[in-house]
Design a protein around this ligand. Structure first.
Ligand SMILES: C[S@@+](CC[C@H](N)C(=O)[O-])C[C@H]1O[C@@H](n2cnc3c(N)ncnc32)[C@H](O)[C@@H]1O
Length: 190
């Protein structure tokens, strides 16, 4: 067998093993994620919403379902914010932990963000799935400080009116990004 055939088999085997791990990690997380797969937001889209929502270095950003942690890193790099993310997909969590390990101010946690009080966030980012948006809107309304910013990639928050909707170019990155402010009603915590 020539050496290029061996290289090909090793690469193909590695790719296959990775796919199996991805499928198992995704299936394991499905009861919690209810369809939000481990898929990353493109850097073009991240740059676009960071431009649209300026932050200061004393602010805190949460990424609900942080994937590989790229939103945390980009926000930390650009604005020096503290950023914290949660993911329940073990592959995403390990990837994010590894990539954010040496970045001061960034924190990655394994677990379901629905069990976390979001009151400490000045800015919340999420890229989830339509089925969970209604419950998320209610949670954000209960827990966020009024005026906190919320950025939702692709899917709107039912019952909330966005300040802005951006559609980054080029066209393949142009799915909507909804930008909100937590309403005053968030102050009524009974
Ligand atoms: C579409 S990906 C987005 C990843 C990252 N935020 C980004 O934009 O690149 C959604 C992620 O949210 C995670 N997720 C969904 N529901 C979650 C929950 N309730 N708690 C923690 N993670 C969750 C999924 O495992 C998945 O990795």
């Amino acid at each position: 067998m020539t050496s290029w055939v061996i290289v090909f088999l090793v690469l193909a085997g590695g790719l296959f093993a990775f796919k199996i791990v991805y499928v198992l990690a995704t299936a394991g997380a499905l009861p919690v994620t209810r369809g939000a797969l481990y898929v990353s937001t493109s850097r073009i889209r991240i740059r676009a919403f960071l431009e649209a929502v300026p932050m200061s270095s004393d602010q805190v950003l949460y990424d609900l379902g942080c994937g590989d942690g790229r939103v945390l890193r980009a926000a930390g790099r650009r604005y020096g914010v503290k950023a914290e993310g949660w993911d329940v997909n073990v592959l995403a969590y390990l990837n994010a932990r590894l990539r954010c390990f040496f970045r001061p101010g960034l924190r990655v946690r394994f677990g379901d963000f629905r069990a976390v009080d979001l009151g400490g966030a000045d800015v919340v980012f999420c890229y989830l799935f339509p089925d969970v948006m209604k419950d998320l809107a209610a949670k954000l309304e209960r827990e966020l400080t009024p005026g906190a910013r919320v950025i939702s990639a692709n899917f709107p928050l039912p019952g909330w009116s966005p300040d802005r909707v951006i559609r980054p170019e080029p066209a393949r990155h142009a799915d909507p990004i909804f930008i909100y402010r937590a309403p005053e009603a968030a102050a009524d915590r009974s």
